[in-house]
Design a protein around this ligand. Sequence first.
Ligand SMILES: [Zn+2]
Ligand SMILES: [Zn+2]
Length: 394
Amino acid sequence: MIDVRERAKALNAELVNWRRHIHKNPEIGFDTPQTEAFITERLLEMGIDEICNGVAGHGLTAIIRGGQPGKVLGMRADIDALDMKEDTGLPFASTNGYMHACGHDAHAAMLLGAARILSESKNDLRGTVKLIFQPFEEGGKGALAMIDEGVLENPSVDAIIGLHTGTLWKGLGSGQVGYRFGSLMAGADWFEVTFKGKGAHGATPHLSVDPIAMACQAVSAIQMIVSREINPLDSAVVTVAQISGGTARNIISPSCTISGTTRFLDPETRKMLQERIKAICENVAQSMRGHADVQFSYGPSPVINDMEMTKKLRHAAVDILGDESVVEVPEPTMGGEDMAFFMEKVPGTFFFHPSGFGEDKDYPHHHPKFDVNEDVLWIGSSVMANFALTWQDN
Ligand SMILES: [Zn+2]
Ligand SMILES: [Zn+2]
């Protein structure tokens, strides 16, 4: 049996090269053809040739068949960047106006690393591994699109794993792996409310039905949902992030729009937040002689880790890193992840791969100076590969 830890460490320089190439050439949304081509070339070099290109735009899947019978494990990495300008000053910084500011460049490289290790230990591999390189995680559309195109079929996937790298989690440092039973990341939805009234001259408010006044009341009232209606032991966020209405300082606008996001760890809370935002906005508008048009769009559900899969993940990680470096994440984060769509379909576990530099050298995700500590890329590859090699052991 291959020594996964040593093999992955020896691969780290290559993982760095792969990550830097993807970092330098970021692509966004479903439109990731260069990233797809780069990953395809690397897989072919490894002798992995059962590749399905063009899944959900420019996502791809690839199959590694083990030498022994067994189940099918999906291993997923997201590959898309963000529509923002990079300001890291790194020699391999992007110059095309997009940026890998969430670490998905590292995710793609680490999954390639796991693929490399597994392609070299096919004889020891039970069952099949399906590599899933997913576009458009930012915005939460890629996973669903891949599922709609049948990514979990043919062969049909029995379970799935994935990871997120970065600096999101307090108390976890580079060199460690974070796991959590149950809820790990929040679900996210979006809302947009248009308040409608009647425009008028700014000097004649009595002739108007003022939608900006409605929006202000509604934004205040919405704050009460979390503070007064959610059980303090549950978690929820309601953020109004945009407000727009009016064209001049002496005209009362006929409409005003607010939009924002909700976050939740529980499907019941999701429903409740939607119902209450709708009721509050409609009633506030009505009480002020106006009307509110409330629209929701669904984002990812909460990421809820399967108990058995998480136990196995912990086991696979302890094998590689030892007990003290495999840490239970104390609390879920309110960030969203469309990995949740896969995990609604098949049991899965999603784990954290801390890759900060420590002290004050770290920037948050989606920051123009965000960077990933490349020294620990091998950890992501080795833990995923080891999981694939061990998850069907008793
Ligand atoms: Zn992100
Ligand atoms: Zn991300």
